[in-house]
Design a protein around this ligand. Structure first.
Ligand code: FAD
Length: 151
């Protein structure tokens, strides 16, 4: 079995709101669990940034389905590479709203740490996108372990 991680960004369609994000998450969690796919979906400033990890064929099939979804457009693959271990194993699909993930001060610190000035996937390299999502996941794990009710 060959494992890969695929990271892409896309633009949310007009009118996409919190209810849509929850609907996407519910479908994603149910489907990804079945296909042993895991990852993180970050939404901010009208843009999606998603990492999908799992068996190569399954990840490709899922990506090809996701890009036809009318809830977003202009998908851009930022990186797709073989991996030996899963970075987002805890989550069938973790949904993170960038605007609510941190206080403004911490958001600024995180961006600075990663050498970025704003959450703007169009300006991120593939490795930066991965590090960004990794940092988010570390933060989310901390919240979950200190307050299991949030999980
Ligand atoms: P169905 O549920 O039968 O839907 C048929 C078509 O309608 C599909 O083209 C679907 O994209 C579209 N559709 C479904 N619901 C809506 C809606 N409420 N409004 C408008 N169009 C709709 N799915 C996963 O399984 N895993 C993921 O990780 C995942 N990540 C996603 C990330 C983003 C940014 C987006 C926008 C969608 C994501 N999805 C994910 C959803 C995915 O695109 C499919 O809708 C889902 O997998 C169900 O596929 P289906 O073929 O069973 O379609």
């Amino acid at each position: 079995m060959q494992l890969i991680r695929l990271i892409y960004s896309s633009k949310a369609s007009a009118g996409i709101g919190y209810e849509d994000l929850l609907r996407i998450r519910t479908t994603a969690v149910a489907h990804n669990r079945e296909q042993h796919i895991c990852g993180v979906l970050c939404f901010g400033a009208g843009v999606f940034l998603q990492a999908l990890e799992g068996e190569r064929g399954e990840v490709n099939r899922l990506y090809n389905r996701i890009v036809t979804d009318p809830r977003h457009s202009d998908p851009q693959v930022m990186s797709a590479e073989p991996i030996s271990a899963l970075s987002f194993l805890d989550w069938s699909m973790k949904l993170v709203s960038w605007d609510e993930a941190y206080t403004p001060h911490r958001r600024e610190l995180m961006l600075k740490l990663l050498g970025m000035t704003a959450f703007d996937p169009a300006e991120m390299t593939g490795p930066q996108a991965y590090h960004f999502l990794r940092e988010l996941s570390v933060h989310e794990r901390r919240i979950t372990s200190s307050n299991p009710v949030v999980a």
